[in-house]
Design a protein around this ligand. Structure first.
Ligand code: BDR
Ligand code: CA
Length: 311
């Protein structure tokens, strides 16, 4: 078996973040070497608490570092409590972790891990990109040490927070712009793929009946999570955006991507604040791989493997 990829998940849990972390934990192709919290779906004090409690509940055995509680330039106009619940995890209250946070802020923690893994570290960023932008500002020499950055955010089609912008980019567009202009080897899991790859509610129901450590929380989380649509196969589905980034990190060969130039609108006060535009004509300007298709059968199978892993 090939060695598992060392990954840090930068996250704002978040119901779909929690699913993504569980899937990553269950994937033998990934080794989670840290979680970092960021302000986003709910305030950072909650995303941090959720990340720490999840890490212990899931026995991840990795440090959890706290990240930015404020955006780079413009405070987030509104968080996502109406989608993820007041504290971010639907109605679920995990047992309070006994352990504590890493003493380093997220950007220093990631930097140290990047040095430790000497060019092998993969970042999976599934919240606003504030921590990653701060990492690049404070430690510009980190770039060659990051093997890949897989981002859930943006869109090549429509938005979800506004008609134009996806939530993670809209929450901190200057951070997203800085990251996409940085030259990091970046892969984007945007709404153009996540809205097409919803997880059937019937599958979540079925899995949450199976004996596992997740039994009590899966259904509760997904019932409280209001990001739903007629997903893949046109059945009622939960849009588990962040899990698509984890799937790519674990199974890139089962995803189709296209190289493009992604630009992010940072015109403060404008109606297109946070909108990402993809232009795929001029190779000299390409700065990201955009995920366009994933192997849905394999992706959904991962959810069953996750239950087995936590059984
Ligand atoms: C993204 O925003 C949040 O609501 C989700 O956790 C996901 O990261 C989707 O737009
Ligand atoms: Ca998220």
């Amino acid at each position: 078996m090939t060695k598992a990829k060392p990954v840090i998940i930068d996250t704002d849990p978040g119901v779909d973040d929690a699913f993504a972390i569980m899937l990553a934990a269950a994937s033998e192709r990934l080794e989670i070497v840290g979680l970092c919290s960021v302000d986003g779906n709910v305030k950072e004090e909650h995303t941090a608490r959720n990340a720490l409690d999840l890490a212990e509940f899931l026995s991840l055995g990795c440090p959890v570092a706290r990240g930015a509680a404020e955006q780079l330039e413009v405070p987030i106009p509104e968080r996502g409590e109406h989608i993820h619940g007041e504290r971010g995890m639907g109605e679920v209250r995990l047992p309070k972790a006994a352990g504590d946070f890493d003493s380093r802020p997220a950007w220093d923690f990631i930097y140290d891990k990047a040095l430790e893994y000497a060019g092998e570290l993969v970042l999976i960023a599934i919240g606003p990109l504030t921590n990653i932008a701060l990492l690049l500002q404070k430690h510009p020499d980190v770039k060659p040490l990051i093997k890949q950055l897989v981002v859930m955010g943006g869109s090549t089609t429509r938005g979800n927070r506004t008609p134009f912008a996806e939530f993670n980019f809209w929450a901190d567009p200057p951070a997203a712009r800085l990251v996409f202009e940085s030259g990091l080897n970046t892969v984007m899991a945007g709404l153009n793929i996540t809205l097409e790859t919803g997880v059937p509610l019937s599958l979540i129901d079925e899995l949450s009946e199976r004996p596992s450590r997740l039994r009590g929380i899966l259904k509760e989380m997904s019932e409280a999570y209001s990001d739903r649509a007629a997903g893949f196969g046109d059945v009622p589905s939960s849009i588990v955006h962040d899990a698509v980034a984890v799937f790519y990190a674990a199974w890139p060969e089962l995803c189709e991507t296209r190289r493009c130039e992604i630009t992010i609108n940072t015109e403060a006060g404008g109606e297109r604040w946070g909108q990402s535009l993809a232009s795929c004509e001029n190779p000299a300007r390409f700065n990201a791989e955009v995920i366009e298709k994933i192997d849905m059968e394999r992706y959904l199978a991962l959810y069953g493997e996750m239950i087995d892993y936590f059984a």
